[in-house]
Write a protein of this length. Sequence first.
Length: 500
Amino acid sequence: MRSLLSTLFIGLTICGSGYAEEAISIGHHRQMFIDDFIIAESENITRRLCPVDKHPENPVVRPDRPWEGRLAVPQGSVIYDEQEKLFKMWYTTNVQSRGEGATFNKGKALAYATSEDGVHWDKPEMGIVIEDDRKTNQVIAPMEFGYMYQPYFVLKDLMEKNPKRRYKMAFLSIQRNVNDPNVANHDNTRRGSGVAFSADGLHWNKVKDFASDDLIDISHFMVDPTREDKYVIYGRTLKMMPEIQKAWKGYDWFESVYGGRAVIRSTSRDFINWKPAEFILGPDLKDPPSTEIYSMNVFPYEGIYLGLVQRYLCRLDKSTIDIQLAISRDGVHFERPFRDAFFPLGSIGSWDRFQLHNMSGPPLTQGNELWFYYGGRSSRHRPNTMADAKAGGAIGMASLLRDRFVTVEASFDGGRLLTKPVKFEGAALKVNANTAFGKIEIRLLDDQGYPLKGYEASIEGVDSVEHTVPFEKAMKPLRGQAVRVEFKIYNAQLYSFSIQ
């Protein structure tokens, strides 16, 4: 639970001051309250993170095939293929045995599953990879790509003109026992990101083993069509900030297990040639000692960028990984306004008790819901003296109503929130709010804080992701003007607003 600042921004005075702040152009993007970007003033308002709802049938994908071992983990992606009207999942398994005369070593393989509803999954045994003389749902066998250690993600790229490159994949490459210090970048190995293409997502052609040497472990992708370098990877590096080293160095676990995992960002125009990576996000002193940023999956959402941050407590007596929420306005500078879990760990006895892992890519929009696929493990992360070597991993699904990442709310005594001036570019004001047992009073003010006559309304007894505010006057005459929106909240929750 966090309270918003109840003070005005420096230099801003309202209610007839004669000072007008420059209006923010928000277009038709829905404005949430994850950070303070849109907020000018608040009184008696609480801002609260809204964790995802885990599906009651979790895990939706289990390692139940002989060739999967104990692991079906979300090193891969889930998409909904609009052309085929089918959910598709690429995930990673651990191969346990091979048939007589096999040419590949044991290790991780890329597997494929499909679903008509996103909850119940089939594992088609296609025969692309044969295990113990049996067809499997694998599409890339262990060691088939040489240095490939594990996949990062799979992308179906509808903007790609070359049909042979319709599907794209990046993967972790590891070349072991490297003696050249100019090449080795991680414990006498060369680590980097390889890339591959496919026409159908099933039959793959490797293009490069080391398209980048900056990404040394788990990575996630983002497609940003607003930029020339539209392909973006948020990958892992090892970096300890000086303040972290100074504050945590005295702990007994620091030298023995703490690795300093953090997130870097690399971009590409063609998916083959990647620019040098830049540091993006690491732990800070607001985190509990021993925190590492294990990975971050980033996706564009309503004109901003949201990140799903794996927070790893790297201690022998902890070794847990949960998922936090981050926000950015440019895809480069991120903040974590909340340090509690957006994806909480499971309770005692659950399949996702100790570790949670992101699927790569954006959540899937299904009606008014966002669907997130994630992995869980019932064992602690290694190294850990209490880790259970027999425990496995599986894949689950969680959901969230659209925009309901964070709520601003007040009890019966009421609270007030005022936005910064926004440029009005529409004909209706819509809110995502829950007033089932309360109300929200809404009015429009001009850019100097004077109320606009005829633009007052109240919403009661409604729980809706998109409710039109019933003003008395039509809103078209306001087009092009700068307006502020004032919300007075009574035993209700407000998630977002938009001008449509």
